[in-house]
Design a protein around this ligand. Structure first.
Ligand code: GLU
Length: 294
């Protein structure tokens, strides 16, 4: 796969050479440059729309996770990296906002709805499952990926192989998340150990305070990858977690527009490129899901 910088230097060479080469470079464009060269302006959007407001401001505030490898993890320079982060950059670029003008705000599972409701963030892209309960409070574009709940244990544990084995065991998950709610409701014999963020579950798992950690498979895969030889995933996913982009309740125009952007990115290769550059280091590239225009 070509990298962004390879493509950029390719385009420069073409400009310096013949018209033929310029045409060749254009024909080869898979659209992946869009996140680097935002061109949209406020006038491109309906007056009074959220898109026009953000394009006019030239900046967007995005809530994402800061502690989840592969999807949203703060890197050495203080900005997050991951698949969710790349999805947010694609949306920003379509508003004419470069990635330098994205303000990243850490959201944990429990504060996503309030942060959207009180306007602390314009959108949330944070391994955020679309469900009917949350739809009462916020709107969702997407899904842009479908995960599933699973279980992580110590590499040496051979006793827990699925959710039914959690009865009588301590299982760590995060307050305000769908996996924690699922354990409370459907596996009441498991002893839930709630924390504020998934990274807070790792030490309790290491020191035996809990027997397992549960959340979406892709989040747990990130922790397994980040801590070689320590943890493993067991069993098949036992829920469906369609990841959506959270936005203000009732802003249908903005939701429809983000859905259009997502569908475009599914088709022109930017979505797959975003995956390959992030989660793709560990996980196979999936097929893009069907957007749900509810
Ligand atoms: N996708 C699930 C949720 O939105 C679990 C992951 C998370 O807590 O971010 O609750």
């Amino acid at each position: 796969m070509r990298t962004r910088s390879m493509r950029r230097s390719g385009a420069l060479a073409a400009t310096a050479l013949s018209a033929l080469l310029v045409l060749a470079a254009c024909g080869d464009d898979d659209g992946g440059d869009a996140a680097e060269e935002p061109t949209a302006e406020a006038e491109d959007f309906p007056e009074g729309s959220t898109m026009a407001r953000l394009a006019e401001a030239g900046s967007i505030t995005v809530g994402t996770k800061f502690d989840q490898p592969l999807f949203g993890l703060v890197g050495p320079d203080g900005t997050p990296v991951g698949f969710d982060v790349e999805i947010a950059k694609i949306i920003a670029s379509e508003l004419g906002i470069s990635e330098d003008n994205i303000e990243w705000v850490e959201t944990v599972s429990a504060n996503r709805e309030p942060f959207i409701q009180d306007g602390q963030v314009d959108i949330v892209v944070a391994t955020y499952t679309i469900n009917d309960e949350r739809k009462q409070l916020v709107d969702f574009a997407g899904p842009y990926f479908i995960a599933g709940q699973t279980i992580m244990v110590l590499e040496s544990n051979n006793d827990i192989n699925g959710p039914d084995d959690l009865a009588g065991r301590r299982v760590c998950s995060v307050e305000g998340s769908t996996p924690a709610e699922n354990i409370r409701t459907n596996y009441p014999e498991a002893e839930l150990f709630p924390t504020g963020a998934y990274s807070d579950c790792l030490e309790p798992l290491r020191n035996g305070q809990v027997d397992a950690v549960t959340t979406d498979n892709v989040i747990l895969s990130g922790f397994v990858d980040q801590n070689p030889g320590e943890f493993k995933l067991v069993g098949d996913p036992f829920t469906e977690e369609p990841y959506g982009i959270g936005l203000a309740h009732g802003d249908t125009e903005f939701r429809n527009w983000i859905n259009d952007v997502l569908e475009e990115s599914f088709e022109d290769g930017r979505w797959a490129e975003a995956w390959e550059e992030t989660a793709g280091a560990v996980l196979e590239t999936p097929e893009p899901p069907e957007v749900d225009r509810y």
